[in-house]
Design a protein around this ligand. Structure first.
Ligand code: FE2
Length: 352
């Protein structure tokens, strides 16, 4: 996390994945994001809404209230707030003082998810979203599986560090990611793009394995496979990447077979807990239910392995705190750079 510190500051100047679109409906969804209680719901015409999650009157959770048309009514004394957060009704009085309001958060629904802006509303620009369609989120020609949300008892920086160093695949996921045993031995290459920092490991001439056989049943040879860890910001990392038929003879080029991604959306819940949304995408055999089932099955095995590691580390931080120093080795090609980029961008740590 470079450096490791007990005091956490949230990056505010960006979109965070607040909820998958399917979670936001006509039932109030409470979720704590960047330490703030939020409620999500949909208006009768289908627009996603995010408001502060506690009534400003007596601080009762609004999730325990109910929807009345496009408004939300507190379950304690009946104060009612419209979709902009303005109080529109106080029982027992005719007038509503202007101070009676809850915060309204900008949201954008894209790529199958509802993205929320926790900083100053004026700065909420949808152009700041990562290139979601490029990586298969809500894009034509791609399959997408949204995995169940896991909330980790560990700070979000631990998850970023985890994902940007995929050499850990060879150790904690050796049995759950076929071919993963080879990853740690491949030196990473760091590729800067206009919107990302991609830590790439390229496995060349890999033998087939049960996973690759299921993905590409008509191909019998060796594979070239990218193990990318592409950082778009603290909110989004893509792992996986292109898989190709290995060129059998020197001078020949490999033949692309397809792209398979694990998309990791990282949303701080509190200073020491993190919402972890995983979405798998691929641009081939998009209607094949067996691949979808396999992706869900792999996710259900892989995610608890990472969660266990991160929660174990979080448990040590209180004990060692700022006194602890981390050591940087060759596999850490990406994490320190991503951390430096976060620190260098003041926009990201301003609350408003
Ligand atoms: Fe992992």
């Amino acid at each position: 996390m470079y450096p490791l510190g007990l005091a956490q500051r949230y990056p505010y100047g960006q979109w965070w994945l607040g909820a998958h679109a399917s979670e936001v409906n006509r039932t109030i969804l409470p979720r704590t994001i960047l330490g703030q209680a939020v409620v999500f719901f949909r208006t009768e015409s289908g627009s996603a809404v995010a408001l502060a999650g506690t009534c400003p009157h007596r601080h009762f959770p609004l999730a325990k209230g109910c929807l009345v048309g496009d408004s939300i009514r507190c379950g304690y004394h009946g104060l009612t707030f419209d979709a902009s957060g303005r109080c529109v009704h106080i029982p027992s009085q005719d007038k509503v003082p202007p101070a009676f309001a809850v915060r309204h958060y900008p949201v954008v629904e894209r790529g199958g998810s509802v993205w929320i802006w926790m900083g100053s509303s004026d700065a909420a620009d949808p152009a700041l979203l990562p290139p979601l369609e490029e990586i298969g989120l809500g894009a034509a020609g791609w399959a997408m599986e949204q995995h169940p949300l896991v909330t980790i008892k560990g700070r979000y920086e631990l998850l970023i560090d985890n994902l940007l160093d995929l050499s850990h695949i060879s150790f904690i996921h050796e049995t759950t990611i076929p071919g993963g045993g080879a990853v740690a031995a491949i030196p990473p290459e760091v590729i800067d793009t206009a919107t990302s920092l991609n830590v790439r490991r390229q496995a060349k001439g890999m033998p087939g394995n049960p996973l690759l056989k299921l993905l590409f049943p008509d191909y019998d040879g060796r594979f070239d496979q990218n193990f990318d860890a592409e950082y778009y910001g603290p909110h989004l990392i893509r792992t996986g990447g292109a898989i190709a038929a290995h060129a059998a003879t020197p001078g020949e080029s490999s033949r692309p077979l397809g792209i398979t991604n694990f998309i990791h959306a990282i949303t701080p819940e509190t200073p020491t807990t993190t919402h972890y949304f995983v979405v798998t995408t691929r641009n081939f055999r998009i209607d094949d239910e067996r691949i979808a089932r396999m992706n869900f099955g792999m996710g259900a095995k892989i995610q608890p392995q990472d969660t266990d590691v991160l929660e174990s580390i979080e448990a040590t931080i209180d004990q060692v705190g700022d006194a602890r120093r981390e050591l940087v080795c060759g596999a850490d090609a990406g994490a320190p750079r991503a951390s430096a980029a976060r620190r260098a961008d003041p926009r990201r740590t301003r609350a408003s």
